[in-house]
Design a binder for this molecule. Structure first.
Ligand code: PEP
Ligand code: MG
Length: 555
C-alpha cells in the first residue's frame, strides 16, 4: 500500500513520489494477510511486513488518529492503551469509585504493593516517579492496563494535581495514553481493540516459523487464561507475593511477619497455605499440560506492612499488640536500600519456614490438579541468587519438603527446581550455580538495575534525558542493553550450558516482551521468553522475525 503523488499534464502521467503508505496496526495486518491471499507476497514476507510493536494498537484501545487535543505533560509509555477517567489519589478511593460504577485513573507519586487493589480497580495508572520496570509499570503491564509512569512534571498536593499549568482535583477527567506517555486534559475519543481473523492468521503463520517459545508472566488463574488465549505456552514467572495482598490473606501475611518466634510464624504460615494452594490449583488448571514457573517469595517483608501511622495503629489493634510495639517492629524492618536488602533467597535462608510453606502449597496443588485430570509441570524458582551455596542450600530444603509432601500424598510427580539469574555475580559464576539448577530464568529487570547501578524505581528523573541527549540509545529497562547486560546473559548461557549441557533457559524480565530484545534472546540461544499476557502476540511475532532473519529469508 503506497502513497503516490502524481500529476497529469497535457495527457501525460508524471509520477512525482512513491513511498510506503503509513498504516495503523490493524491495516498493516490486513494488508499483509490479504496480499498473501492475492499471491502478491509469500508468508515470510507477510510476517516481516508487520512491526511487532504495531500489534499493541490491536490489543488495546488507542487514541483516535483523527482526534485533536492538548497534551498537558509526558511521562514514560509504561503500559500501552489509551483511556479516560476521573482522577483519584488513593487506592481506597479507586476501589470505592469502581464499586460505585465510576471509571477512575489512579494518580500516585509512585505505587507499592499496598496499592494493588486500587490499581486493579482503576482503568489506568499515572505516577510522578518510577521507570519502565517500576512497580506501577510492571503491575499495570501484567494487568493489561494503561499506565504512564515517571511523569516528573506532575506536582501532587494531597487532593490535587498540577500539570501543564492547570490544577486538577479528584473527580476531574483526564485521558492517559500509555502508548506514548502523554497525559491529556478531558476526554479524548479512542478506538477499541481489533482482534480479528487477519490477526489470528498472522499469529498462526508466526507460530509456524519461530523457534523461541513464548510464555507469560501471570499471577492469577484469570491472567493465565488470558495469556493462553493469546498463545502463551506456559508461565515463565508467577510472582507469589502478588497473591499475598488479597483481602482474605493479608492479615495472615502480617501476622507471619510480625511473629517473634518460629512457632508463631509457622502457625501464621499454616493459615496462608490453603490460599496459596488454591491459587496454584487454578493456575495449573488454566495451564493444563504446560510448564508453570512459580517464584518463591521475593520482596522485602516491610512491603507487606502498612506505612501510614493510622494504618499501623489499626493493625496493632487487629493483632492485639500495643501501637508502640508495632511501630518498633515496623521500624526494625526498615532498610536504607530495600532493593539490595533482606529479600529473595536471603529471606528463604533466614526464614526457611516461608519457602517450606510455599513449596508444600505448590506440590499439594500440583497433586490435587493431577487428581482432577490436569497435567502439571511445576517449576519452583528461587530468586536473587548470587552465590552457588545459597542455591545448593535452598535446593536441598525445597526437595526435602517436596519429597515428604509427595510421600504423604502417596503419588509421584515431576517438578523441577531452578533459579533466577538477576544478580551480576550469578552470571559470572553461572557454571557453579548451574550444578544446583534444573533451569535458569534471567531476571533482566534486576540484572539491568544492578549492572548499571540505576534504581528501577527512581530512574525516571534522569534516564529520559540520557536517552534524549544520546548518552544511551534506549531506556535499558525497556530494551536490553545488549553490549553490557547482554554480555552477562551470553556469559551465563555459555557457562551454564558448559557445566550442564541442555540446561533450560529463559528470560522473565520485562525485556521478554520487547521485540529488539527478543531477537537478541533468540540469537543467544535461550529456550523461551516470558512477558506480560498482553505482550505475548508481540513476542510471538518478534520471535518469528528472529527465526526468519536466521534462515536468511529476511534481509
Ligand atoms: C526481574 O528482576 O527481572 C524479575 C523478573 O523479577 P522482578 O521484576 O519481580 O524483580
Ligand atoms: Mg527481580
Amino acid at each position: 500500500m503506497l502513497d503516490i503523488v502524481f500529476k497529469i499534464e497535457r495527457n501525460k502521467l508524471w509520477m512525482l513520489q512513491v513511498r510506503s503508505g503509513k498504516r495503523t496496526g490493524a491495516s498493516a495486518v490486513r494488508i499483509a494477510v490479504e496480499m498473501v491471499g492475492e499471491k502478491l507476497i509469500d508468508v515470510p514476507e507477510a510476517i516481516k511486513r508487520v512491526d511487532p510493536e504495531q500489534l499493541d494498537q490491536l490489543l488495546h484501545p488507542m487514541v483516535d488518529p483523527k482526534a485533536t487535543y492538548t497534551v498537558l505533560g509526558k511521562g514514560l509509555p509504561a503500559s500501552p492503551g489509551a483511556v479516560c477517567g476521573e482522577i483519584v489519589f488513593s487506592a481506597d478511593d479507586a476501589v470505592e469509585a469502581k464499586e460505585a460504577g465510576r471509571e477512575v485513573i489512579l494518580v500516585r507519586k509512585e505505587t507499592s504493593p499496598e496499592d494493588i487493589r486500587g490499581m486493579a480497580a482503576a482503568v489506568a495508572i499515572l505516577t510522578q516517579r518510577g521507570g519502565m520496570t517500576s512497580h506501577a509499570a510492571v503491575v499495570a503491564r501484567g494487568m493489561g492496563k494503561c499506565c504512564v509512569s515517571g511523569c516528573g512534571e506532575i506536582r501532587l498536593d494531597g487532593q490535587s494535581m498540577q500539570l501543564g499549568g492547570k490544577t486538577f482535583a479528584a473527580g476531574d477527567l483526564i485521558t492517559v495514553n500509555g502508548s506514548t506517555g502523554e497525559v491529556i486534559a478531558g476526554r479524548v475519543p479512542t478506538l477499541p481493540p481489533q482482534l480479528d481473523d487477519n490477526f489470528r492468521t498472522l499469529m498462526e503463520w508466526a507460530n509456524g516459523v519461530r523457534r523461541l517459545r513464548v510464555r507469560a508472566n501471570c499471577d492469577t488463574p484469570e491472567d493465565s487464561r488470558v495469556a493462553r488465549e493469546f498463545g502463551a505456552e506456559g508461565i515463565g514467572l508467577c510472582r507469589t507475593e502478588h497473591m499475598f495482598f488479597g483481602e482474605d490473606r493479608i492479615a495472615a501475611v502480617r501476622e507471619m511477619i510480625l511473629s517473634q518466634t518460629v512457632d508463631h510464624r509457622e502457625r501464621a504460615l499454616t493459615k496462608l497455605l490453603p490460599f496459596q494452594r488454591e491459587d496454584f490449583v487454578g493456575i495449573f488448571h488454566a495451564m493444563d499440560g504446560l510448564p508453570v514457573t512459580i517464584r518463591l517469595l521475593d520482596p522485602p517483608l516491610h512491603e507487606f506492612l502498612p506505612s501510614e501511622p493510622a494504618h499501623v495503629a489499626a493493625l496493632a489493634g487487629e493483632l492485639g499488640v500495643s501501637k508502640e510495639e508495632m511501630l518498633r517492629t515496623v521500624d526494625s524492618l526498615h532498610e536504607f536500600n530495600p532493593m539490595l536488602g533482606h529479600r529473595g533467597c536471603r529471606l528463604g535462608l533466614t526464614y526457611p519456614e516461608i519457602y517450606l510453606m510455599q513449596v508444600e502449597a505448590i506440590i499439594r496443588a500440583a497433586t490435587q490438579a493431577e487428581r482432577e485430570g490436569v497435567s502439571t509441570m511445576a517449576e519452583i524458582m528461587i530468586p536473587l541468587v548470587g552465590i552457588d551455596t545459597e542455591l545448593s542450600r535452598l535446593r536441598t530444603l525445597c526437595l526435602s519438603r517436596a519429597e515428604s509432601v509427595l510421600r504423604d500424598e502417596g503419588v509421584d510427580l515431576e517438578y523441577t527446581v531452578g533459579t533466577m539469574i538477576e544478580i551480576p555475580r550469578a552470571a559470572l559464576v553461572a557454571d557453579r550455580v548451574a550444578q544446583f539448577a534444573d533451569f535458569f530464568s534471567f531476571g533482566t529487570n534486576d540484572l539491568t538495575q544492578m549492572t548499571f547501578g540505576f534504581s528501577r524505581d527512581d530512574s525516571g528523573s534522569y534516564l529520559p534525558e540520557y536517552v534524549e541527549t544520546g548518552i544511551l540509545d534506549a531506556d535499558p529497562f525497556q530494551s536490553l542493553d545488549q553490549s553490557g547486560v547482554g554480555q552477562l546473559v551470553e556469559m551465563a548461557v555459555q557457562k551454564g550450558r558448559a557445566a550442564k549441557p541442555g540446561l533450560k533457559m529463559g528470560v522473565c524480565g520485562e525485556h521478554g516482551g520487547d521485540p529488539r530484545s527478543v531477537r537478541f534472546f533468540h540469537r543467544t540461544g535461550l529456550d523461551y521468553v516470558s512477558c506480560s499476557p498482553y505482550r505475548v502476540p508481540i513476542a510471538i511475532l518478534a520471535a518469528a522475525h528472529a527465526a526468519l532473519e536466521d534462515a536468511g529469508k529476511v534481509t
